[in-house]
Write a protein that binds this ligand. Structure first.
Ligand SMILES: CC(C)(COP(=O)(O)OP(=O)(O)OC[C@H]1O[C@@H](n2cnc3c(N)ncnc32)[C@H](O)[C@@H]1OP(=O)(O)O)[C@@H](O)C(=O)NCCC(=O)NCCS
Length: 175
């Protein structure tokens, strides 16, 4: 789906471009960035595969995908709505701040606050869901700070480094 450009105070959410692929090659194989993502640690992909993924995202009828850019034009992460269902007005949220220099500086809180507000006002979305590994304390804090509430716990839902981990389910509903 064509993703609209959304601005917060210090950041802009913009559609993917092919130049993002080089950054993903770094973030996709960084063990710290990937520690709490659903998949196993990614294998390095070549640029052609990353560009094909960008095209697939653009064509995805159930997804909106953005790069997170600073006002200085530095791309620092990605955010997405997947499993978008127009009829029910629901979507699943995912975010990665790939540039670790920005962790703990309030980026996720700021851009997700802007995104949720925009989604409720302009995208026909009424409910947003997010799944978070229980050990991903920063992401849990971000969701709670912007008004998500925990509405589920999936016990032993994933395996990480040979250990089963719990996954928390969060949601926020347009009031
Ligand atoms: C999770 C992630 C999106 C958070 O982004 P961020 O921009 O660093 O988040 P913010 O700075 O807005 O907020 C993080 C909060 O967690 C807190 N925090 C960070 N590390 C922490 C830790 N180890 N223990 C406790 N709190 C921690 C911060 O202090 C902050 O809370 P505060 O505002 O009350 O001080 C980012 O770390 C990331 O992209 N991680 C890798 C990918 C990932 O896990 N994505 C989510 C998958 S569900």
């Amino acid at each position: 789906m064509k993703s609209p450009t959304i601005e917060s105070i210090h950041y802009m959410l913009r559609p993917f471009t092919k130049s993002d692929a080089a950054l993903w090659q770094v973030w996709d194989i960084d063990p710290e960035v990937q520690a709490h993502m659903p998949g196993p640690l990614n294998e390095p992909e070549d640029i052609a595969e990353q560009c094909a993924y960008i095209e697939a995202c653009e064509a995805d009828e159930e997804g909106y995908y953005w790069s997170i850019e600073t006002t200085d034009g530095v791309t620092i992460g990605t955010v997405a709505f997947t499993e978008f269902n127009k009829h029910h007005g629901v979507a699943d949220l995912g975010i990665v701040i790939g540039d670790k220099n920005y962790w703990g500086t309030g980026v996720a809180t700021e851009v997700l606050t802007a995104l949720v507000r925009y989604a409720f006002a302009h995208m026909g979305i009424v409910r947003i869901s997010a799944e978070v590994e229980a050990e991903n304390v920063p992401m849990t804090k971000v969701l709670e700070k912007i008004g998500f509430t925990q509405d589920g716990l999936f016990e032993s839902a994933r395996v990480k480094n040979g250990k089963r981990v719990n996954v928390l389910h969060f949601g926020i509903v347009k009031k």
